[in-house]
Write a protein that binds this ligand. Structure first.
Ligand code: DGL
Length: 269
């Protein structure tokens, strides 16, 4: 048993879709969350830059006495994991393998779509995991560079979002995929729009929630789950203004951001 907090980070708000699931399945765990809102989006940057950012994000989280790290970001997971794992004395897991596992389980026609940022799709990492798990699976990938700015600005279920989503999803409809990985942790917010376009028969995999479920499994296996009986504490940190994070964060969590949000200088780490 270990009552130290879990560290979770993303380029911005998206990782809160993972926090939401951690709060649901591990309500007693304390969480330190970092959203790199001053440098979002990660998805349009080169892999070297993302790896540098990821190291700083981890160094910041490790300035607290944490027991485990979840990279709640598809882009950061594809660019940095597993390469950086060996650099740290703490287990770090991401979103790719957990989401790929769920997709392979869910598909009936072996046609799986992956939506992600340009960086994630370029890396081909989701496809790699899926094809390793199921060599018969056909993977259809689509970069959706407009989704993160739309979500970060609160355009969740608007006409403009639907217009852009229609364009991104057209190839998935044509190929008749029956399962889609929302491979960026911002995208679960767009579930209503995506499911309206794709129809109810297409399973949408929430990569943030998948990462949380996997972390729970690992914490149990490693004997690191907490044994407190009271509700855990969440501390939020961002690298840009606190206000917009507090306002929009509620949308991601489906409840108000409780407790404080603090701003930090991430370049120092
Ligand atoms: N939530 C991130 C991801 O899962 C954000 C992408 C970005 O910053 O571009 O990929």
């Amino acid at each position: 048993m270990d009552n130290r907090p879990i560290g979770i980070f993303d380029s911005g708000l998206g990782g809160l879709t993972c926090v939401k699931e951690v709060l649901r399945i591990m309500p007693s765990e304390d969480i330190i969350y970092f959203g790199d809102t001053g440098r979002v989006p990660y998805g349009t940057r080169g892999a070297d830059t993302i790896v540098k950012y990821v190291r700083q994000d981890i160094n910041f989280l490790k300035s607290f006495d944490i027991k485990y790290i979840i990279i709640a970001c598809g882009t950061a997971s594809s660019a940095a994991l597993p390469n950086i794992q060996g650099e740290y004395d703490i287990e770090i897991s991401g979103v790719l393998e957990p989401a790929a596992r769920l997709a392979v389980k869910a598909t009936k026609n072996n046609k799986i779509g992956v939506l992600g940022t340009s960086g994630t799709i370029k890396s081909g990492k989701y496809a790699e995991f899926i094809e390793n798990l199921n060599p018969d699976a056909k993977v259809f990938q689509q970069a959706c560079p407009m989704f993160v700015p739309l979500v970060e600005n609160g355009y969740i279920d608007s006409e403009v979002t639907e217009l852009i989503a229609n364009e991104y999803l057209e190839p998935m409809k044509r190929e008749k995929v029956d399962t889609i990985i929302l491979g960026c942790t911002h995208y679960p917010l767009l579930k209503p729009v995506i499911s309206r376009i794709m129809g109810d028969n297409v399973t949408l995999i929430d990569s943030g929630a998948a990462a949380a479920d996997y972390a729970k499994l690992r914490l149990d296996e490693l004997g690191l789950s907490c044994d407190k009986n009271k509700k855990g504490n969440v501390k939020y940190f961002v690298s840009d203004t606190v206000e917009s994070f507090s306002e929009l964060g509620g949308l991601f969590l489906n409840r108000e951001i409780q407790g404080g949000v603090s701003r930090i200088e991430i370049e120092k780490y």
